[in-house]
Design a protein around this ligand. Structure first.
Ligand code: CP3
Length: 352
């Protein structure tokens, strides 16, 4: 086995034996690291995403400073939208799509981009990060799931009730599915390009799928994520099974049986359900990732350690990647993240 396929994180994704549970976390709403804020003070967020050297620098910061067992590419799920025909801005208040798409004609005008041509800087960042990591830990690429991308494209930003999205789903399902299908094909070719450039696992973020009823989760979210996963499985880059696919639904509790059926190797678990309950609900064919409440990091290092141990005990020794139930919040003390990582690295499943 080569060093590349032998990483702790990749073995846990495949439910192979591991000496200890691997840990990493997403810092998307991040900005908790002073070194990130320092780079960010000199460039806009979009400039950072579009400049491979900067993306590389901030991708490595948590690896060098906190000792995670996997790195996640610095970018954003919305980075492909301009290439499809939707301009995006990142003001302080959160991302904004200039002219959201709400009509059949608008949906038909969107294109499935060629990733190397349109967002080649992401693949260049992947190549630079792989060189800089020198195989210390594997690199995770990512994209937004079709449904979550659709909520941004249609709503124009974050939302509480998702009125425009729901009006489209329930008022014009045929157009909604055409939009979701374009987003699924975009997601698949984009993840394929990241893997061809060197990403060793991919995560599909369905951050807002939890706003759907179980039947609509199946129809509008899961169905199109399954398209992405089957396109990936059919591609030569993924065919040998060496690149794990992680699917994360924020708010997965109501959908466990369907969630288990997504075709992903790993399912992300948010903190609103016990990970032991998820294991019993989805069976033993998939690995699980999660699921500490990010808010636990506001507690003392002792409390953090106890809560980390609880998650590890529930998840069991096989097929678990320790993670937060969602991204780390900006006000988190980096020392508390260090306490979390130390606790995961300390824990052993032999009952001691
Ligand atoms: O861990 C990492 O830093 C990996 C890179 C990453 C970012 N965004 C960087 C980012 C990843 C994996 C994402 C994914 C992403 N982006 C998701 C899915 C994950 C999730 O949170 O459920 C979503 C929904 C987005 C859209 C997005 N981008 C939002 C909602 C925001 C604003 C967050 C906030 O609290 O204001 C962003 C901006 C963003 N993406 C930042 C970072 C580091 C902050 C930008 C800044 O420095 O100003």
């Amino acid at each position: 086995m080569t060093a590349t396929t032998d990483h702790l994180f990749l073995r846990a994704c495949r439910r192979q034996p591991v000496e200890r549970t691997p840990v990493w976390m997403m810092r998307q709403a991040g900005r908790y690291l002073p070194s990130y804020r320092e780079v960010r003070s000199r460039s806009s967020f979009l400039e950072m995403c579009r400049t491979p050297a900067l993306a590389c620098e901030v991708t490595l910061q948590p690896i060098d400073q906190l000792g995670f067992d996997a790195a996640i590419l610095f970018s954003d799920i919305l980075i492909t939208l301009p290439a499809m025909g939707l301009e995006v801005a990142f003001p302080e208040a959160g991302p904004k799509i200039q002219a959201p798409v709400r009509t059949a004609a608008g949906i038909d005008a969107l294109v499935v981009p060629d990733p190397e041509q349109e967002v080649g800087y992401v693949m260049e960042a992947v190549r630079q990060i792989r060189r800089a990591l020198q195989n210390r830990v594997p690199l995770i690429g990512f994209a937004g799931a079709p449904f979550t991308m659709a909520t941004y494209a249609v709503e124009g930003g974050g939302s509480k009730d998702y009125p425009h999205t729901k009006a489209l789903l329930f008022g014009d399902p045929a157009s909604a599915h055409r939009l979701l299908d374009k987003l699924a094909r975009t997601c698949a070719v984009y993840l394929e390009a990241q893997v061809a450039a060197g990403a060793q696992a991919v995560q599909i973020f369905d951050s807002w799928a939890g706003i759907l009823s179980p039947r609509d989760f199946r129809e509008y979210a899961l169905r199109h994520t399954k398209t992405v996963i089957s396109m990936l499985r059919a591609s030569p880059t993924f065919r040998d099974g060496g690149v794990p696919i992680i699917y994360f639904v924020n708010g997965c509790a109501p959908y466990l049986a369907d969630y288990a059926d997504s075709g992903a190797d790993v399912l992300g678990v948010d903190w609103r359900i016990d990970i032991g309950t998820v294991r019993r609900g989805v069976g033993d064919k998939v690995a699980l990732q999660g699921n500490l409440d990010p808010g636990v990091l506001y507690a003392s290092p002792e409390e953090i350690r106890a809560r980390v141990f609880e998650v590890l005990r529930q998840a069991g020794p096989v097929g678990h990647i320790f993670n937060l139930g969602h991204g780390v919040t900006p006000a988190t003390n980096p020392e508390h993240v260090r306490a979390m990582v130390a606790a995961v690295h300390e824990y052993r499943h032999d009952g001691k």
